[in-house]
Design a protein around this ligand. Sequence first.
Ligand code: NAD
Length: 394
Amino acid sequence: MSDPAHEPAVIACALRETAPGEQRVALVPESVSRLARAQVHVLMEAGAGAAACFPDSAYEGAGAEVVSRDDAIGRADILVGVAAPGPDLIALLRPGQTVIGMLRPLAQPDLIGQLARAGVTAISLDGLPRTVSRAQSMDALTSQANVAGYKAVLLAADNFGRFFPMLITAAGTSRPASVLVLGAGVAGLQAMGTARRLGAVVTGYDVRPETQGQVESVGARFLKLESVQSAAGEGGYARELTADEHHAQQAELAAQIAHFDVVITTAQVPGRRPPVLVTAEAVKGMQAGAILVDLAASSLGGNIEGSVPDQTVMTENGARIIGAGNLPSRMPTAASAAYSHNIVALLAELVRDGALTIDPADEIQAGVVITHQGKVIHPAVAALLESSAAGGSR
Ligand code: NAD
């Protein structure tokens, strides 16, 4: 048993993730000594890293303490997770504790309200300002999107009945697969590069014209559509298309899609439903054996009409639509290592002279600190909670 009088300055713990199917862990053994240098001592719930292939012994070897879940929750100043804590865990937290994770505060504002009422400081990596250069090492959206883009291509290749590369053998020649990737953000560019490395002929498309050079730099051809010249929004993101633009884009894409063997979609617009880029009509135009992977598939819908998260739908014409679900969790070792790296970078920024320092005026903290000292301090989340409370009282 440790002596509480001699606990190090800041104690962080990582618990076993409890969301169904989640295999990632928020801290990997390599991070433990880095955190020790930042005066952060690590407690791990026993078995927390097992699904990501990090055994308890590796954490102990790196200097962490492996403890029970209750012990970790009771002693930690900071609870680091991948997903947001559920209501059961929040009920066990005490005022002044801090929770760090991908909390998706705009998608689950009620949970944020619960954390504020519990007096817990909530820090969400998905609010990170991505254009601030010192925040890049903390960018978990990027690190996880990279894994998802890579894995989407492997899923497509695994389900595709032919080779991706051109192969010339004594038994014949196979033509390379033609792959179209819609959306050239982090996941899309990684998907294009991965499909290229597997030998496919790759085409990429995005509504932000500045992506053309990025698409070409990973060895893909850029698809230009007449219907939307530019839909660049703020901060490097896309804006939502008008209804007319959207329909014209769908029609123009439908004519193109019929020529491809594999379509991978990654298009997102912050704070909006993912746009439907591939209609059921467009899928009907594809050949039997065509594979579609929808990385945007969620309960809100996706980029491909008829996609269902975590399911494969076979269409009447023999195409397969794969709804991606949580792809980073299906490569848990790499995804956890990258995520843990992001967490270490964030904690190195937040822990100053052996204490967690919350300063909402700092440009990084303004994006990530959602609740503090009993209040929702992130303006966009606070506004969302106020409008839903006003809606409820009408
Ligand atoms: P995202 O997940 O929000 O969207 C993926 C892509 O979908 C985007 O490229 C977007 O333009 C595209 N898209 C949206 N609507 C579309 C439509 N109707 N048709 C076709 N494509 C559509 O994006 P992301 O991967 O999070 O990246 C967003 C931006 O942030 C990019 O500009 C990226 O370079 C930038 N970024 C910058 C940094 C940095 O500077 N450190 C880090 C990460 C990302």
